[in-house]
Design a protein around this ligand. Sequence first.
Ligand SMILES: Nc1nc2c(ncn2[C@@H]2O[C@H](COP(=O)(O)OP(=O)(O)OP(=O)(O)O)[C@@H](O)[C@H]2O)c(=O)[nH]1
Length: 397
Amino acid sequence: MSFFGKLKTKLFKSSSKLDEGLDAIVHEGDGEPDAPSPSEPPQERSEAQDVPPTPAPEPPQPPKPRAEQPPSREEPREPVQPAIPEDLPRTPDEEAPARPGLLGRLFRGPDAAPVVRRTLDDEMLEQLEELLIASDMGVDTALRVTANIAEGRYGKRLSVHEIKTLLAAEIARIMEPVARPLPIYPKRPQVVLVVGVNGSGKTTTIGKLASQFRAAGKSVVIAAGDTFRAAAVEQLQVWGDRAGVPVLTAPEGSDPASLAFDAMGRAQADGADLLMIDTAGRLQNRADLMEELAKIVRVIRKKDPDAPHNTLLVLDATTGQNALNQVETFRKLADVSGLVMTKLDGTAKGGVLVALADKFGLPIHAIGVGEQIDDLAPFDPEEFAAALTGLATDDAA
Ligand SMILES: Nc1nc2c(ncn2[C@@H]2O[C@H](COP(=O)(O)OP(=O)(O)OP(=O)(O)O)[C@@H](O)[C@H]2O)c(=O)[nH]1
């Protein structure tokens, strides 16, 4: 509940864009209110025959007590479900599902507005495609999603809620295979190399992950491998202090590979569970960066031939389609094993995550939904799809 509520709130911009767009599309066409039949509840209950057959609809949940209702945008903070793997200790309330209940939707009251529907035709499909492309889903993904929505429904009359339900199901289907927490191996230390352009949120993500692993009883060491930016090192130290994790640093301008080697030695000597290595993100000189990353990998392999065990690429959601280029670039620079998408809060570009999943199929380990230490959550496709399409907002109404 808590995470769903927060994501819903945080993804407000993305969902409102799709929300408003879908609303406009349905109302713009031949959208006519359906005559309410005596047996039909006032809101959109006839959708059941049109919602996609897979994935299966969520079972109805009882209505939540008032205190658990999603927060208003003004409400300051709400705990986010940790992004670390599920076999690590969790607090009980994290398991709570968050689907608003069928009853909640049924009991909207007799005064609810009549349902407006529009016939699904070429023009409407084109408008849907454009809307999805404008939401940063990318052309290929937008076309495929729209085609899937249209299949078997061409000529049928659909309401906004029905389209959102179909869209959310399509998005969740694309995202399902990539939603995987950071794998944890029995190997000690498990070395996690963190790469990404400057400002993407690497430092913050390392701090958040370190904090979550610490809270789960794991010992963590951080290496401040961006030795060219004193500010980056300082920032990492602040995050390390917050998380209660040692941060190994080296003088400005010194060789990051040498720091990584020392950090590996320290992590081994300490019996640390995890070593997270921050790296520089200067894409201006790709050859240098590639050599730097390759050297880090070479030296840590002297101590463990299997290291790094994970190479996390941190991407900033607010860069939209540019995130796709960054994945392509960093896959050439390093053996990227998974993604973390930051800054999904307050951006209208969340759709890029769908394009990334569709195009690369790389695991999405976690998403950043804020600047605070607990603002890193596991990636849940259904919650994300509901939040992105505005379905969550509907349900909460
Ligand atoms: N709103 C929001 N801000 C974030 C999130 N993650 C990181 N930030 C902010 O993004 C900015 C850049 O984050 P950093 O962690 O410094 O990024 P970096 O990749 O380490 O950048 P360099 O140190 O320049 O290499 C900071 O102001 C963070 O507070 C997030 O999930 N949401």
